[in-house]
Design a protein around this ligand. Structure first.
Ligand code: SAH
Length: 393
């Protein structure tokens, strides 16, 4: 192990890159538990090994040699659940129960949607331990159903163990998307095939903030997905709401999410329009002004090398969105690209605000909702800036 990697592991970083491994005593296979020794040959950490990946080890435990077994899993799950007790209300039944590395379980995600639970695995090691995971979750949470989601990098290898993406591990099959609540509002989540585990739970607090800014406003939600921000805006008293997304499937889900909330008189009264379009083109070509614009595009930089293109895309989006914002209006711009830092993203948005020549103020800068804690720099992927443009005198 290189000195730098040793130091970083001791400081609690959960990843070891392959180029920092000095020596291996045998060729490992993906998904095996790997033991890491320091330069004095003393135990340093244990983690899941990935063959042929630049991210060679995801660390499960550092400092003390422990057995990674069902008891270990149960202890980790119990700790994560206890940290989220405050979210467990009748009004919010959709949230992240375990956030991977940040909850000491690298590559393991567990989300709750009412009585359904979805685990998403990003490391083959977890697939090998699936029976223990399932038993622990059933014991601690008694889910009505538990669904398995697999990240693309482990899907093929998982087949050899008899597991498929979207598989029902236990409980009742879901006939349709499951319905859950966020701050009293109802939403559906396609937990079998939907993006992530079915919903973008990490934006919950931003959605609530947008609700607070929406009274009397014409709201535009760009990259709307299933209309999360749109429903909140309507609940907050928006005058009208428009949702733009390239996916018909996502927009149909947005319509259903409005229908799910028809007992809310405020939402029922709001005119909601959907536009199936490429957001870049739509922003450039459509006419009309809005008082609040939400921009929440998908990740633009999955690799470090894609960063310049991502920044240029963010810049274009911000520029075109600002052009559509009325006097006194607000821009809410998010980035979920891990390779773009908060500072870089905020500066890109602000550069376009300055370029517009309009007087503007930063209202807020925010990150993830608290069920997505951040324990190491790379985990800080979501950043959002709220900018208000002054009314012309
Ligand atoms: N704001 C949403 C999450 C957005 S996810 C929420 O809070 O739930 C990103 C969305 O962007 C996806 O729904 C995807 O279909 C859409 N998308 C991706 N590329 C697009 C494009 N070029 N134009 C419009 N929408 C796009």
């Amino acid at each position: 192990m290189s000195r730098a990697a040793e130091k970083s592991i001791r400081a609690g970083h959960p990843w070891v890159y392959s180029n920092s491994i000095r020596e291996t005593n045998r060729a490992g296979t993906s998904g095996e538990l790997g033991i890491i020794y320091d330069s004095e040959n003393a135990f340093l950490a244990v983690g899941f090994y990935e063959l042929n990946s630049p991210l060679a080890v995801k660390i499960l435990e550092a400092g003390k040699a422990v057995k990674i077994d069902q008891t270990w899993i149960e202890n980790k799950l119990r700790t994560s659940f206890s940290l989220r007790e405050f979210l467990k209300t009748e009004k919010t039944t959709g949230y992240r129960c375990v956030h991977g590395e940040n909850d000491g379980m690298p590559g393991f995600i567990l989300d709750r949607y009412e009585t359904s639970f979805v685990m998403k695995l990003y490391a083959l090691g977890w697939v090998k331990m699936l029976k223990s995971l399932e038993e622990s979750i059933v014991k601690l949470l008694q889910p009505e159903r538990l669904v398995l989601r697999l990240s693309r990098n482990v899907q093929e290898a998982s087949r050899a163990f008899g597991f498929e993406d979207g598989q029902l591990l236990c409980g009742l099959p879901a006939a349709a998307p499951v319905v859950f609540h966020e701050n009293s509002l109802a939403f559906e989540a396609d937990i079998i095939k939907g993006q992530k585990t079915g919903f973008f739970l990490d934006q919950r607090d931003n959605r609530k903030k947008v609700m607070g800014y929406s009274r009397g406003k014409r709201v535009l939600n760009v990259f709307s997905f299933s209309g999360g921000f749109s429903v909140y805006a309507a609940a907050g008293g928006a005058k009208e709401v428009s949702s733009v997304d390239i996916s018909e499937h996502a927009l149909q889900s947005a319509l259903r999410n409005f229908n799910l909330n028809q007992d809310n008189a405020g939402i029922k009264a709001v005119r909601h329009q959907i536009f199936k379009a490429d957001a870049f083109k739509w922003l450039r070509e459509s006419t009309g002004k809005f008082d609040l614009v939400v921009l929440d595009p998908p990740s633009m930089a999955k690799r470090q090398g894609e960063k310049p293109a991502a920044l240029s895309a963010y810049s274009k989006l911000a520029n075109d969105a600002i052009g559509k914002i009325s006097a006194g209006g607000i821009l809410v711009a998010s980035s979920c690209s891990a390779h773009v830092t908060s500072d870089e993203f905020f500066e890109t948005v602000l550069k376009n605000c300055r370029k517009s020549g309009r007087i503007h103020h930063i209202l807020e800068k925010t990150g993830h909702s608290p069920d997505h804690p951040i324990k190491f720099p790379e985990a800080e992927y979501l950043k959002t800036i709220y900018v208000q443009f002054e009314k012309q005198a």
